[in-house]
Design a protein around this ligand. Structure first.
Ligand code: NAD
Length: 311
């Protein structure tokens, strides 16, 4: 998808650096990762080792959550994992849900499991996440794993930030010294990716700013950034005039917007005005087909690691 070679004059790149505009193909990279996992599962089977088993807990009948869980289960089939879906009524009590989680914690056949978020408002999300066995917490949301991640210790990294790191690594985009703006401070995306990119790891070492709904004059920050990662869930919020020439753009947002020309009556768009921003960006992730498929691939990667720990 490379287009024209552009001579970049931004100070952080150095005068005269030439780069090509590239659309980051998360779908292709995620398929590569799923194929790698599939091969590892086959190797395990040949060696008589356990096949990884991922379970998902879904509470209620929220449409998008069901879709996400189903695509996770489908991906398990693709790589040869076992999978289970535990679907509970939206009126399940917090105590009962914690009891069900305890059963999964103690089920030796299940290597890793996720609790699909959001949960109904009657349930305290933190109490639920805290009840997951950290060794099976393949979403990386348990305070022990989150704390280890923050300290740079080995742990399960939440799947979406992990997917973003993989995109940088596999496209050999080194963020060292770059000014990186993360927009959105959620516990599952914005905050963890801001922590990870600032760490002293390969392809990271960025100078990170974390913006959120209370940030004043966001455009001043976006225009000053070499890298922008947007995770706010506002359709086409980031406009071309907010982005500097040659910026690297990662769009995490997933929003449904009405579209009568589509069979479903809606289409999926990201936080970024892709059509116009892509004309200025050096690298950009599309929606769909960017970060979304990476999230599932990295969840499965974490599940394989959880299984290996039990060998
Ligand atoms: P969230 O929805 O919990 O919170 C939104 C964040 O955006 C908040 O931190 C808020 O402060 C910030 N924000 C809102 N408006 C803002 C503004 N005008 N300026 C600056 N900051 C603003 O966050 P989330 O759960 O990370 O979800 C964000 C988006 O990412 C959603 O569209 C969600 O569907 C999507 N998402 C995608 C994936 C994926 O795999 N691609 C995974 C998780 C979430």
């Amino acid at each position: 998808q490379a287009e024209d070679g552009i001579r970049d004059r931004s100070p952080s790149r150095g005068l005269g650096d030439v780069y090509k505009r590239q659309i980051i193909d998360g779908k292709k990279i995620s398929e590569d990762i799923l194929n790698e996992i599939h091969l590892k599962v086959q190797e395990r089977a040949n060696q008589g080792l356990k096949i990884p088993h991922l379970a998902a807990i879904l509470v209620g009948d929220d449409g998008p959550s069901e879709t996400y869980v189903n695509s996770k289960i489908k991906a398990c089939e693709k790589v040869g994992f076992s999978s289970s879906l535990f679907n509970y009524d939206k009126n399940i009590s917090e105590e009962k849900l914690i009891h069900e989680i305890e059963l999964i914690n103690n089920n030796d056949d299940i290597d890793g499991f996720i609790v699909q978020l959001p949960l109904p408002s009657s349930i305290n999300q933190n109490n639920i996440l805290n009840s997951v066995n950290p060794n099976k917490d393949v979403d990386g949301f348990h305070p022990i794993n989150y704390g280890k991640m923050t300290l740079g210790a080995n742990s399960f990294i939440p799947a979406t930030p992990y997917g973003i790191l993989q995109l940088f690594q596999r496209y050999k985009i080194d963020l060292e010294g770059k000014k990186c703006l993360v927009i959105g401070r959620s516990q599952i995306v914005g905050r963890p990716i801001s922590i990870l990119l600032s760490q002293s790891n390969e392809f990271c070492n960025a100078t990170v700013t974390l913006a959120h709904s209370r940030t004043i004059d966001l455009a001043r920050h976006t225009l000053n950034s070499d890298v922008i990662i947007s995770a706010i869930g506002k359709p086409e919020f980031l406009k071309a005039e907010m982005v500097k020439e040659g910026a690297i753009i990662v769009d995490v947002g997933i929003s449904r917007v009405k579209d009568s020309s589509s069979k479903k009556g809606y289409r999926i768009v990201g936080d970024v005005d892709f059509k116009n921003v892509s004309k200025k960006a050096s690298y950009i992730t599309p929606v769909p087909g960017g970060v979304g498929p990476m999230t599932i691939a990295m969840l499965l990667s974490n599940t394989l690691e959880a299984c290996k720990k039990n060998d």
